[in-house]
Write a protein that binds this ligand. Structure first.
Ligand code: BES
Ligand code: ZN
Length: 593
């Protein structure tokens, strides 16, 4: 049965893309990619083929030496344009020649000043969820997988990387274009895992399967921070089965990257704000690495089934973190995450369909969906399944699940069918239907309990009774304790308390973006007006949406700051990826700003 994906114009019943050979020229002067792509299909196609595209400037389409008829014949602000290839008449391959738009949603083109080194421009892509179509016409749905090869030509001094295996580097011929990097991706991937970047990058080997690409200025700190990646793979394999992608490298991006990390196969794209100098935020790597199985190997069939990617990955992250950092730490994470989840659900409305695990079909704009529900609610649901049958049986189930569905995409319903066959008792003990299809959270479940979290709660209670914590009391706190403290503070506090907490928590010295996200939101709500220039600096530099959106939201919701937020945003707008710009626009427009 073909899967209907509401976020794609493609109709895989017409035929499916099997392989693409790309030739890509990276042109920083026009902020475009010049591309020739040869597509091979699973089988020959009669008549029409619909592809997704977004602002693609198509020059020509041909098959077997003849020109193909084509037309952009449907259009939508979010979905982009439907490219209708006509009269394929049994063709099983075709070639498209085109240019991407400077407004391609997946691509961010950075000036040298927006990089760590300051001397070279930088380009990177972010295709999840539905932005691959702005790089190349494709069946932009996670239910279609293809392999590819690519030759990427970049100017002198730059290195191109892809979420693929690098096979060769040679000198280019054209003027200005100096080096050609060749790649191949022999494992079939869904379009959202296509990824490329170019910049002044160097490589540092960490272990036999692991390494890091970063700008020269950042590489050493990154290599220290992520030195344990090889160990992480070994632990992940114990839980999830063999790692099937060959290498696992990291690419450290400039700070405008909209996410913490993106699980592009073989090459996780990473925010530089994860480099804390303490190895305190490497659970982010654990998360992206786990996606190599839960997401990249076994993939959600549509974005309505997003929890299959993120809920499973958060579950796996928790399990691996438990081995590497201990139970106390995972319990603390879980307790903090539960509070974040409930706050998030309350914001969107406890009975909103966006708080279901299976998301509604009319939510086309995957970027502005409730971001954390599929993660934590999905993880807590899987933990309930584990408790129902015991860890040993659940672990065996995980391995069977991974090997049974490897390199396939599945819907929530297909997953539940499989769960029912393999672990029928789950359905006796867990109210699966409520977890998956009802909004909010069920009445009864194993809510997180954490001693370390309770310790923080005690300090917060004392503060409510007018007893401020001392520096000594909090100086040995775990990072997630500090986070729990900052997020647990009353919405409004006296301005001098903002200053006091900043001082004793040593926020400036620790330079952790996650701390500042909570802290600035509190400062804004508390009327700490002098903080505004620092918030502007923050929003100029940092792109990670998880951390900047709460600050923007606080500014919108607070009377005194409301009038400043639109103009502030306009001043920082061109520093950000299109995805971030769109997300902030949605917030501002909703507030009538
Ligand atoms: N795959 C996501 C990032 C993503 C989600 C991109 C949806 C586009 C649409 C990635 O694995 C992720 O979840 N990143 C999180 C980090 C995680 C530790 C919660 C992030 O960026 O905050
Ligand atoms: Zn994820």
């Amino acid at each position: 049965m073909e899967i209907k994906d509401p976020t794609s114009y493609a109709d895989p019943a017409q035929g499916k893309i099997k392989h693409i050979d790309f030739r890509i020229g990276v042109d920083f002067s026009t902020r475009t990619l010049e591309i020739e792509a040869r597509y091979q299909l699973q089988e020959s196609v009669q008549g029409s083929l619909y592809l997704d595209s977004f602002k693609i400037d198509l020059e020509g389409a041909r098959t077997d030496g003849r020109e193909l008829d084509w037309e952009f014949d449907a259009k939508d602000d979010i979905l982009g344009e439907r490219l209708h290839l006509k009269g394929l008449e049994g063709a099983s391959a075709f070639t498209l020649v085109f240019r991407t738009s400077p407004e391609a949603r997946a691509l961010q083109w950075l000036n040298p000043t927006q990089t760590a080194g300051g001397n070279y421009p930088f380009l990177y892509s972010q295709c999840q969820a539905i932005h691959a179509r702005s790089v190349f016409p494709c069946q932009d749905t996670p239910s279609v997988r293809f392999t590819y090869s690519a030759e990427v030509e970049v100017p002198q001094g730059l290195t191109a990387v892809m979420a693929a295996e690098q096979v060769a580097v040679r000198e280019g011929s054209g003027h200005g274009h100096a080096r050609i990097f060749s790649f191949k991706m022999p494992q079939p991937i869904p379009s959202y895992l296509f990824a490329l970047a170019a910049g002044n990058l160097v490589f540092w080997e960490l272990g036999p399967r692991t390494g890091i690409y970063a700008e020269p200025k950042t590489i050493e700190a990154a290599a220290w921070e992520f030195a344990e990646n090889e160990t992480k793979i070994i632990e992940a394999e114990k839980l999830l089965g063999p790692y099937l992608w060959g290498r696992y490298d990291l690419l450290v991006l400039p700070p405008s990257f909209p996410y913490g990390g993106m699980e592009n196969p073989r090459l996780t794209f990473l925010t530089p704000t994860a480099i804390l100098g303490t190895r305190g935020h490497t659970s982010l790597i654990t998360h992206e690495l786990a996606h190599a199985w839960t997401g990249n190997l076994v993939t959600n069939a549509t974005w309505q089934d997003f929890w299959l990617n993120e809920g499973w990955t958060t579950y796996a992250e928790t399990r691996i973190t438990e081995v590497l950092e201990g139970k106390e730490v995972t319990e603390l994470h879980a307790a903090y995450n539960e509070k974040q989840l409930i706050a998030n659900m309350e914001r969107i409305g406890m009975d909103s369909p966006l708080t279901r695990l299976k998301l509604p079909a009319d939510a086309k704009d995957a970027d502005s969906l409730a971001p954390i529900v599929p993660y934590y609610k999905g993880c807590y649901f899987l933990q309930e399944c584990e408790y129902a049958v015991g860890r040993e049986r659940f672990d065996a189930f995980i391995q069977t699940y991974m090997s049974r569905f490897q390199f396939q995409s599945l819907t929530t319903e297909a997953f539940l069918d499989f769960l029912k066959t393999e672990l029928p008792e789950v359905f006796e003990k867990v109210d699966v239907h409520t977890w998956i299809y009802e909004p909010g959270l069920p009445e009864e479940w194993h809510k997180p309990k954490s001693r370390l979290f309770d310790e923080v709660q005690q300090v917060l209670n004392d503060y409510q009774q007018d007893n401020k914590p001392t520096r000594e009391q909090i100086q040995d706190w775990h990072r997630y304790q500090t986070l729990s403290f900052l997020r647990g503070l009353p919405k409004q506090i006296p301005v001098e308390d903002c200053r006091y907490f900043e001082d004793i928590l040593e926020l400036e010295k620790k330079n952790d973006v996650a701390f500042f996200s909570h802290f600035y939101a509190t400062c804004v709500a508390s009327g700490y007006k002098e903080i505004l220039p620092r918030i502007e600096e923050f929003l100029k530099k940092i792109g990670r949406m998880l951390y900047i959106l709460p600050v923007v939201r606080a500014m919108i919701e607070t009377d005194w700051s409301r009038e400043y937020v639109r103009s502030l945003f306009e001043r920082v707008r061109d520093r950000h990826h299109q995805i971030t710009v769109n997300a902030i626009e949605v917030l501002l427009k909703k507030a009538g700003l």
